[in-house]
Design a protein around this ligand. Structure first.
Ligand code: SF4
Length: 352
């Protein structure tokens, strides 16, 4: 027989608390659940899209995108056949564009491997491109009422407090928690149970200053009993975000600016970008670099600084803004107000 890991033993010791969660959370959820467009359907495609959009993004920012996206691509087949520029344009401003590409790849896999029907278990869902354990658990529990936990930051935070766990979470702990929580999922209310954690995490058990007085889990919460909620969860020490200096060129002609496509792999792969080079150039160096683009300039320019923070890297951008006398062929020229050429990522649109 396999020995239990320390994480499994920890969760086993708290089995009674885990078992009590659904009894306490479901009545609260029935009274307090948020009215969200993807909660009006059990269509796994719509739930899948909402979950992909909600990764790293606030609910309030997602609602409009979700409505427009599901109108533009109403079925998994429509997404599988989506033109890449239209897809990225629909995602423009939401960030983390690899999510859109992976959603399309998953849609293609659903159409080719499953006849256009989403598989209904977390195990099969997790084999689709871009779907991790959390999204697989969320879609399986919400769309198919499967007893599969969806462990994200909300669940980790709430349970770190309820169980007063004083150790930072690890992938192994997350997996052990997914198994332990799946075992206490209530039959026929799986989707509600998953979503009750989402709503409790966003309204009550907040990252800072949790509203314990209003919390349905107060009676089983060790952090509440010992007044330690503000110190939990214990975080791993963060590694410093990499800093990268860029010089970005805004080449304007009338209401249009020059853009080009980024490489097909790496950060912001395949998206449009403003011309740029690594490092911070002096005005003389910038003028010399821009003359290499064969754009006829009228001499004047402005310079400013901009920064953009990605998950693991920060761009510190020195932006030179030139007026061009004509539109040279080496770039695509897009309208600055109505960007019809496709998705210009926020990192660059903020330079305009
Ligand atoms: Fe979070 Fe407080 Fe509720 Fe405990 S009682 S789960 S710390 S809000």
């Amino acid at each position: 027989m396999r020995m239990q890991t320390d994480d499994e033993q920890f969760l086993q010791r708290h089995a009674d608390k885990l078992s009590a969660l659904s009894v306490l959370l479901l009545p609260w959820y029935a009274q307090n659940k948020r009215d969200l467009p993807w909660r009006a359907t059990r269509d796994p495609y719509c739930i899948f899209i909402s979950e992909i959009m909600l990764q790293q993004t606030r609910v309030g920012a997602v609602i409009g995108y979700y409505n427009r996206f599901t109108e533009l691509f109403p079925t998994v087949r429509a997404l599988a056949q989506a033109d890449d520029d239209t897809l990225l344009k629909a995602w423009e401003g939401l960030g983390y564009y690899s999510r859109a590409r992976n959603a399309k790849r998953a849609a293609i896999a659903v159409c080719t491997d499953y006849g256009g029907q989403f598989p209904d278990t977390a195990e099969q869902l997790a084999t689709l491109p871009g779907i991790g354990a959390y999204t697989a658990g969320a879609v399986a529990s919400i769309a198919f009422d499967r007893r599969c936990a969806a462990v994200d930051g909300n669940v980790l935070r709430i349970l770190a407090r309820v169980l007063e766990r004083k150790t930072p979470d690890t992938p192994a702990y997350r997996k052990a928690l997914t198994n332990a929580l799946s075992a206490v999922y209530p039959a026929e209310r799986c989707g509600d149970f998953t979503q009750s954690f989402m709503d409790l995490g966003s309204a009550i058990c907040l990252p800072t200053r949790p509203l314990c007085a209003l919390c349905p889990l107060q009676s089983v919460c060790d952090a509440y009993a010992h007044n330690t909620a503000d110190t939990l969860p214990v975080r791993k020490q963060k590694t410093a975000r990499k800093q990268e200096n860029l010089t970005v060129f805004v080449l304007r002609h009338k209401n249009r600016v020059a853009v080009r496509k980024r490489p097909d792999s790496g950060l912001l792969a395949g998206l449009w970008e403003l011309p740029n080079v690594l490092g911070h150039l002096s005005p003389d160096q910038a003028l010399s670099a821009v003359s290499g683009y064969a754009t006829s300039l009228n001499g004047s320019f402005t310079v400013r600084q901009c920064k953009h923070v990605f998950t693991h890297i920060q761009w510190n951008m020195l932006v030179y803004d030139f007026a061009a006398d004509e539109e040279c062929d080496s770039f695509t020229w897009i309208h600055t107000q109505k960007n019809t050429a496709g998705a210009l990522p926020t990192a660059f649109s903020k330079c305009l």
